[in-house]
Design a protein around this ligand. Structure first.
Ligand code: AMP
Ligand code: MN
Ligand code: MN
Ligand code: MN
Length: 280
């Protein structure tokens, strides 16, 4: 069915909130036997040229990608774009606007954290962000861990940064159909990222997927670092029922952060149509 044995179609470099450079990510993926890797930084594509250069002449094919932040019914929804033309101007311009909204949001997160007794969080998060345009909640979480206030990033999210927690600041990202439009106009395939993570009822998820597919979205992450076996089975059923392409995605950010290393997710259920059939 497919020419790829170990695809991993979602990961982050230091150009967003990952710990490795694009070159280091490619090297780690190669060492783990990955043969198709998508670099999907949050709202950012400027690591792709470095990743492509690192993969050139190796057995690994690098797929240019992005993870676009969107808002839907009060929840933040991530849409991954795979196989994009990262030089497509309208996409680059739309992502620049999204990144620009992060600075004010970061300042507001820091204000909320100060109220919770976490001082100087903005300076701390900025220090950890290697891309000044891309301060993410992950940088705030790492700063709080580095200060010794919480044992690990997960605990920080549970106490402060997850939706509705005291350090959470609602933010208006892109619309779902807009993001899908940017991705498809840039020649990419739009994939709904880590669908089990969203706090949506069954019918809200259906509405989201209706909107996503009507806009031209074609894939869903079925197997991923964020999914349990049961969630994997649930989204395999969703993919079958809706005729969605299935993706396999570690969402790797760095060693020791997150449950799965590059290329170490379970295989996709055999009957699903893999999203990488588009890239064979
Ligand atoms: P942002 O784009 O600034 O909202 O940050 C989102 C990022 O925060 C995600 O991509 C993850 O890297 C991280 N994140 C979100 N939720 C969690 C969580 N529960 N545990 C650990 N990291 C998380
Ligand atoms: Mn992230
Ligand atoms: Mn995500
Ligand atoms: Mn991600």
């Amino acid at each position: 069915m497919t020419a790829f044995e170990n695809p991993d179609l979602h990961c982050h470099s230091i150009r967003s909130d990952g710990h490795l450079t694009p070159t280091e990510l490619v090297a780690r993926a190669l060492a783990n036997g990955v043969d198709l890797l998508a670099l999907t930084d949050h709202d950012e594509i400027d690591g792709i040229d470095e990743a492509l250069a690192a993969a050139r002449g190796s057995p690994l094919r690098l797929l240019p990608g992005v993870e676009v932040s969107t808002s839907f019914g009060g929840e933040t929804i991530h849409i991954v774009g795979l196989g994009i033309d990262h030089r497509h101007r309208p996409l680059a311009e739309a992502l620049a606007v999204l990144r620009a909204g992060r600075a004010g949001r970061a300042a507001r997160i820091a204000d909320e954290l100060a109220r919770c007794g976490v001082p100087d969080a903005l300076a701390g998060a900025r220090r950890l962000a290697r891309n000044p345009e891309l301060v993410s909640r992950a940088h705030f979480a790492r700063h709080i861990v580095a200060c010794g206030l919480m044992p690990d990033v997960r605990t920080v999210f549970d106490h402060y940064l997850a939706t509705g927690k005291p350090g959470f600041v609602p933010h208006r990202w892109a619309e779902v159909d807009e993001a899908v439009g940017w991705i498809t106009a840039a020649g990419g395939v739009a994939v709904l990222a880590h669908p089990a993570r969203y706090r949506l009822s069954g019918s809200q998820l259906d509405t989201l997927l209706d909107c996503f597919q009507a806009a031209g979205g074609e894939g869903v992450e079925v197997v991923g670092g964020a999914h349990t076996e049961e969630e994997m089975r649930r989204f395999a059923r969703v993919a079958r029922r809706r005729g969605l392409l299935a993706s396999r995605a570690s969402d790797f950010h760095g060693v020791g952060e997150g449950p799965v290393d590059l290329g170490c997710c379970n295989p996709l259920p055999q009957d699903l149509v893999p999203v990488w059939s588009r890239f064979c």
